[in-house]
Design a binder for this molecule. Structure first.
Ligand SMILES: *[C@@H]1O[C@H](CO)[C@@H](O)[C@H](O)[C@H]1NC(C)=O
Length: 279
């Protein structure tokens, strides 16, 4: 829903021309004609960014960038056997290199619907401890958002999907991940654990070299303790795992907290999702 919000908000801001372009994108994503009609009608009639749940559920993908296939909003464990249960997309966005706004990859966060109550209760506890805060101010606060996401990472299994927008290679994927982990302030706080985890991560990538074409996907999957990696560059391929728990914590904090989020759109999308979940 939040992914859709992002797009609809753009439509609202930029007016009729983009409205047409967006409709075209929706159909490219094989979205049911009926829902396109419903969305377009709702925009034309009241300009409202609010879509009802029924029309959202009929969308089967969120377009993150035109260079890559829309992100599926839902996977059953049969579709992706390396996920231990069904997973739904709760936030998506693009990672850009800060200075030029150069887009690097699309990123999506999936969790199992059955774990949503755990995520919700982490936030509710923190709101109780910090009664002056709302979900939004809590998740916008650097320290509190770090606490929140760190706690979530320890109780909610998650899968992060990383889909490059430009052709790249495994070396860059590995460097991107390790640099992001080491740049996180938690890397100082948990120096030894992080160093050990990064070493494990490098070992996982040792057997994977060569190109990583755009529109292929690297999955980073946490069971709240260890972190598995998987890619579909040639075939579906399990790459191995990092046993050091700190890696799954630091990665989620790097994506979702407001310390120095790797993708602002992803973080904002996550805030909208949590707001809807908790309110
Ligand atoms: C991306 O890959 C999928 C298959 O995984 C394919 O159906 C789709 O056309 C590709 N999209 C682009 C923009 O290359």
């Amino acid at each position: 829903m939040w992914g859709v919000f992002g797009r609809i908000n753009n439509v609202k801001r930029t007016g009729a021309f983009v409205r047409t372009a967006t409709a075209r994108k929706f159909s490219r994503a094989h979205i049911l004609l009926a829902s396109v009609a419903a969305i377009t009608a709702s925009l034309l009639i009241n300009g409202s960014p609010i879509l009802n749940d029924v029309s959202n559920r009929s969308l089967d993908g969120v377009e993150v960038d035109s260079a890559i296939t829309p992100f599926e909003t839902y996977f059953s464990s049969k579709q992706l056997p390396f996920l231990s249960s069904d997973h739904k997309l709760i936030a998506s966005g693009v990672r850009s290199v800060t200075f030029m706004g150069f887009k690097v990859y699309g990123v999506g966060l999936y969790i199992s619907a059955k774990d949503e109550p755990k995520l919700k209760s982490v936030i509710q506890e923190l709101l109780k401890e910090n009664p002056d805060h709302t979900v939004k101010t809590l998740l916008d606060d650097k320290k509190l958002s770090q606490d929140a996401v760190d706690k979530i990472s320890q109780v909610v299994p998650y899968a992060v999907r990383i889909t490059p927008i430009r052709n790249t290679d495994f070396q860059h994927m590995k460097d991107g991940l390790t640099k992001s982990i080491l740049a996180n302030p938690m890397a100082k706080e948990f120096r030894d654990a992080v160093a050990g985890g990064v070493e494990e991560l490098r070992t996982v990538f040792q057997n994977f070299r060569g190109s990583f074409p755009k529109n292929k996907t690297l999955w980073v999957i946490s069971d709240t303790k260890s972190t598995k990696l998987h890619n579909n560059v040639k075939d579906e391929q399990d790459m191995g795992q990092v046993g050091e728990q700190i890696i799954s914590r630091v990665l989620l904090v790097s994506y979702l907290s407001n310390l120095q989020p790797l993708s602002k759109p992803l973080r904002e999308n996550f805030v909208s999702y949590v707001t809807t979940l908790v309110d």
